[in-house]
Structures are given as structure tokens and as C-alpha cells.
Write a protein that binds this ligand. Structure first.
Ligand code: TYD
Length: 131
């Protein structure tokens, strides 16, 4: 797909940004998002010194958009690490299965929107890096 560009160990997904009295961006399951979207959640009002995440998912795939403000996402596939700065509402990062990740340096106004391929299930989480 044209709207997907490779990063070091993941993919950046660019969705449309329609200018008309402000901006409108949209994401569609199995189209711009490479899976059927079963769940969305968002993270906000996070203090700047907080580090979230610190886990991987066995099965769930996700795409993260920082729809307001900015945040840094650290990805680690077990061999290689990559830090991605998210600050544009129409550019998201694919968080594939088995990708260890942390989110840090949330700006005060940051809203991180996550589209997920599966419902929430604690047993899908790997919270031990060694594992
Ligand atoms: P978690 O995924 O650990 O957040 P983060 O990776 O951003 O630090 O989730 C935090 C809490 O929220 C945890 O108790 C599980 C709960 N939760 C749900 O109940 N449903 C969900 O869809 C998500 C993402 C989390």
C-alpha cells in the first residue's frame, strides 16, 4: 500500500488529512489500517515523566496515532530498537505482535489514540521482557 512506509523495524501509516475549515483524518479497517479494527482506546493526561507500555502482545496488532500533542514510542523487536516521535495526527505507527514497546515524554496535551485488532485480554500481554 502507498500510505505505508517502512521504518527501521516497523511501518509508518499515513492516513488522509482533508483540509476544510480545519482538518479531518480518517482510518478504515482492512484499508489504511492493515487489520479489522475491533477496539479503540486512548491515553491522555499523562505526566511527562511517566513511562507507559513495557509489554508486548502475543496476537494483537495495533496502530498508534498521537491525535493531539506529541509522544515518543520506543519499539524493540528483541534484536533492534527504534524510537519514533509521533506528533502529526495523520501519521501512525504500526505496533505489530511481539513488539516490546514503551511510550514516554507525553506532552501535556497529548492524546494517544490506539486502534487494535482484538478485544482486551490480559493473557495476550507479555509483561516480562525476557519472555
Ligand atoms: P495497559 O495496556 O497496561 O496500559 P499501558 O500499556 O498504556 O500502560 O492497560 C492499563 C490498564 O487498563 C490495565 O489494567 C488493563 C486496562 N485495559 C482495559 O481494561 N482494556 C483495554 O482495552 C486496555 C488497553 C487496557
Amino acid at each position: 500500500m502507498q500510505n505505508i512506509t517502512k521504518t527501521k523495524i516497523s511501518y509508518l501509516i499515513e492516513i488522509p488529512k482533508i483540509k476544510d475549515e480545519g482538518f479531518l483524518s480518517f482510518a478504515e479497517g482492512d484499508r489504511s489500517i492493515p487489520f479489522d479494527i475491533k477496539r479503540i482506546y486512548y491515553i491522555y493526561d499523562v505526566e511527562n515523566n511517566v513511562i507507559r507500555g513495557k509489554h508486548a502482545h502475543k496476537k494483537t496488532r495495533q496502530v498508534l496515532f498521537c491525535v493531539k500533542g506529541s509522544v515518543k514510542v520506543l519499539l524493540d523487536n528483541g534484536d533492534v530498537r527504534e524510537e519514533i516521535f509521533l506528533s502529526e495526527p495523520n501519521k501512525g505507527i504500526l505496533l505489530d505482535r511481539m513488539m516490546w514497546h514503551t511510550m514516554h515524554e507525553f506532552s501535556k496535551d497529548a492524546v494517544l489514540l490506539i486502534l487494535a485488532s482484538d478485544y482486551y485480554e490480559e493473557k495476550d500481554y507479555i509483561r516480562d521482557y525476557q519472555e
